[in-house]
Design a protein around this ligand. Structure first.
Ligand code: RB5
Length: 145
């Protein structure tokens, strides 16, 4: 990913602080963070925010996305309902790189109640700096689609 690549971020109420920390971190890395909220702590519904981020990626407005909820699981399920989106939940850096390299994932999901901020930032870095390898992996991604 080149500098100023647009990255959409969204979450539910369980992950606002971590989402904002990630937005700051990726901005410092040179990416353009498109943080679509929410910004207030009232209880909200992760499917709404997963769909909103996924549509930004599916439309081409943003190249990649980072979404969060308590576990990362519910918002991932919602995002994956949008055609063209491939989203995986990661709690480790190896998986975060591999979902780009082998699965051409275009959205990363993180559980804010699962990983701490330091690990989350490393997971994000692994995801954003890895590249899809194509070849036999492209065949398999085409089969998903
Ligand atoms: C909200 O309490 C919680 O259910 C949500 O953040 C997420 O973990 C769902 O998958």
């Amino acid at each position: 990913m080149s500098a100023k690549t647009r990255i959409v971020l969204s979450s539910d109420h369980a992950a606002i602080d971590l989402r904002q920390a990630i937005a700051k971190h990726i901005t410092e890395m040179g990416f353009e963070a498109v943080d679509i909220g929410p910004t207030t702590p009232e209880s909200t519904h992760y499917p709404v925010h997963g769909k909103a981020a996924a549509e930004r990626v599916a439309s081409g407005d943003c190249a990649l996305g980072i979404i969060l909820c308590g576990t990362g699981q519910g918002i991932m399920m919602a995002a994956n309902k949008v055609p063209g989106v491939r989203c995986g939940v990661c709690s480790d850096t190896f998986s975060a790189a591999m979902i780009r390299q082998h699965n051409d994932a275009n959205i990363l999901s993180i559980g804010a109640r699962v990983v701490g901020e330091g690990l989350a930032l490393s997971i994000v870095e692994a995801f954003l700096t890895a590249e899809f390898e194509g070849g036999r992996h492209a065949t398999r991604v085409d089969m998903i689609e």
